[in-house]
Ligand binder design. Structure first.
Ligand code: ZN
Length: 413
């Protein structure tokens, strides 16, 4: 069966019809609808002869045995957020099915080809993203925290997983799935506005941003809003406000896609008649370059000290969470760029702000690359998420070229 890009678009719509409603996609992991989507996928893949297997973390694998056991992996996730878009995650899975069909029709491939549908990428029900891929990558180290998680109805995560045949205590056994992996490929919608602004359908992803998240607490003095002259005030909100604006300059000075966000400020006592005594501010900073991320953080800390001095405040800086930048494989980035140029003339290199399953696989030491297809208006995680049909067709054609080239590369090396 030759590659049929228009069939990809038709099957994406068929899945949306089956598992979505007027509010969007409803394939939340560990639910009946998700299971229904997985059964539908099983049905779609069966004609290729690929062997199906569900691993101990609930990931759904389809394996097309090749002359060599070394495997090229194509991965995505069929789960969605509630009221999600019709492309996030399932595009990569269904494009992978189309590529499997083409490869299967040509006889035994030189190396093994495996399509993986990762379990619970979104973390929509229990708040823990990248469940299946982190188990397979061996980076899942929060079993005790996972055991304590429950959903809005009070159902515990281990019980919900058990209903779908997954034992949390055994999830890390999924690690053996990556033993034979020689390369990992993932196509995803961009979920941002960059490719659209450049009028390009496709881009190659350099890696995922490193993230630094901090809580900054400013301490001033509560004082009467009527009786305290302006010059006498120790206003905690003034520190937070000055930092929120300074972050723009820090990001601009750092450049190369740097982003800084102050996502929330909680003021106490929080009443109209008092100067703010404490302001608790959230800071998120991201960059693809670890050294630049570290210097952005140092600049934010330095700015805090300066504003605290000028506003006569005390300031505390606490790390909430961080992750290092994860860079994809240079050889595969070049191969991906070549594949994109063959189908769309021009390519563009860009980082990914969101994390993806590919980041987990890359952290596990498997050569990895992602390609992005343009998102209209940069929207995602909403039913308004969209990509032009013609761009989806170019995307599967590029993934197919990338898969062919990667199979050759793995077979040669
Ligand atoms: Zn996704």
């Amino acid at each position: 069966m030759p590659l049929d890009p228009s069939r990809l678009v038709a099957e994406l719509r068929e899945l949306q019809e089956l598992t979505g409603d007027e509010n969007g996609a409803q394939r939340v992991a560990w639910t009946e609808t998700w299971e229904q989507a997985r059964a539908w996928l099983r049905d779609k893949v069966s004609a290729t002869g690929a062997r199906e297997e569900i691993d101990p973390a609930g990931n759904q694998w389809f394996t097309l045995a090749g002359s060599s056991e070394r495997a090229v992996l194509i991965g995505g996730h069929i789960d969605s957020v509630p009221n999600g878009g019709w492309l996030d995650g399932c595009l990569n899975v269904l494009a992978g099915v189309e590529v499997l069909r083409r490869i299967a029709a040509e006889g035994t491939p030189a190396v093994t080809v495996r399509l993986v549908n990762w379990a619970d990428e979104e973390g929509a029900r229990f708040g823990r993203s990248l469940f299946g891929s982190s188990a397979a990558a061996g980076s899942m180290r929060d079993q005790d925290e996972l055991r304590a998680l429950s959903d809005h109805d009070g159902i515990a995560l281990p019980d919900a997983l058990a209903e779908h045949g997954v034992d949390l205590d055994r999830a890390l056994e999924a690690r053996s799935e990556l033993d034979s992996a020689a390369a990992y490929l993932e196509l995803h919608i961009e979920q941002g506005p960059v490719l659209e602004s450049l009028d390009l359908p496709l881009g190659v992803v350099l890696g995922t941003f490193g993230v630094e998240r901090h809580r900054i607490t400013w301490h001033g003095q509560a004082a009467h809003a009527g009786s305290t002259p302006m010059a006498e005030r120790r206003d905690a909100l003034a520190g937070a406000a000055r930092l929120a604006l300074e972050l723009r300059d820090i990001a601009a000075r750092t450049g190369d896609g740097a982003v800084c966000t102050s996502g929330n400020v909680v003021c106490r006592p929080g009443i109209v008649t008092s100067v703010v005594e404490t302001a608790e501010q959230l800071l998120d900073q991201r960059h693809l370059d670890a050294a630049k991320l570290a210097s952005m953080l140092a600049e934010a800390k330095e700015a805090c000290e300066r504003f605290a001095g000028e506003e006569r405040l005390e300031v505390e800086f606490d790390r909430i969470w961080s992750i290092e930048p994860i860079l994809f494989d240079e050889t595969l980035i070049a191969v991906c760029e070549e594949a994109i140029r063959e189908v769309a003339d021009r390519s563009h290199r860009l980082p990914s702000g969101p994390l993806h399953d590919a980041a987990e696989v890359s952290r596990a030491g498997i050569p990895t690359v992602m390609l992005f297809v343009q998102s209209l208006r940069g929207l995602s995680h909403t039913k308004l998420e969209d990509t032009k049909d013609g761009h989806l067709e170019l995307a599967v054609a590029a993934l197919d070229r990338l898969a062919s080239k990667t199979i050759d590369w793995v077979a040669r090396s």
